[in-house]
Ligand binder design. Structure first.
Ligand code: NI
Length: 211
């Protein structure tokens, strides 16, 4: 796998589900305007600011913007629920890191922002995020709202059609750490173990001697 890039193939179940959804009509564009290389360079070499305003809806139907999370460290991850491999692995690590932070986890809000709003409805996200951690928020919205959020975090994503309405989403899979004011602290590459995340997050927790 190339750094930060997750090429996700849908499972048979997902393929069956999207064959049904395909009857719903033309799909909105689910693709970054910029190339994978350009966006991955922007993140990996810290060439551009990361983060910014977004307005999305969580799995309970609440409208959420980045301002709602001021005062918390944010772990921000973009992906899609039909991703069979990288997304669930990273979300599992995020859930495990939350557990290992103990009381400190109250300081941290993990977010999963879908890059596939067409299939990832809030009902679907509710079932999905619950598998990883009770505090994990799943966010979705219009194709445009998702695009704006993804652009702000320099996320590459591209819808890849298999025909007959079946598709997957190729996407970059960095895990972003934001501070209490919404400022970017850094990223974890895909596959980062929970222990490593905990080690990097701890110094930023409230009450940490290094703060
Ligand atoms: Ni993925």
């Amino acid at each position: 796998m190339s750094a930060g890039r997750c090429i996700c193939m849908p499972s048979l179940v997902a393929a069956a589900a999207c064959a049904l959804l395909a009857l719903g009509g033309a799909a909105p564009a689910q693709t970054s305007k910029r190339s994978a290389t350009e966006l991955m360079d922007a993140v990996m070499w810290n060439r551009e600011p990361i983060g910014g305003p977004f307005q999305l809806t969580d799995q309970s139907g609440n409208v959420r913007s980045e301002r709602d999370f001021r005062g918390h460290l944010l772990l921000v991850y973009f992906g899609f629920t039909y991703c069979p491999d990288i997304c669930p692995t990273d979300l599992q690590a995020i859930g495990l890191a939350m557990d290992r932070l103990g009381a400190g986890a109250g300081d941290v809000q993990p977010l999963f922002i879908t890059l596939d709003p067409e299939r990832d409805t809030r009902e679907h996200l509710a079932d999905y995020v619950a598998m990883f951690h009770p505090r994990l928020l799943g966010l979705t919205g219009s194709a445009e709202a998702v695009r704006n959020a993804a652009d702000a975090y320099r996320v590459y994503y591209k819808r890849v059609d298999f025909g007959k309405g079946d598709y997957t989403v190729d996407h970059s899979a960095f895990i972003y750490l934001m501070d209490r004011d919404g400022k970017y602290l850094g990223f974890f590459p895909p596959g980062t173990p929970a222990e490593k995340m905990v080690e990097m997050i701890r110094p930023h927790l409230a009450g940490s001697p290094s703060r």
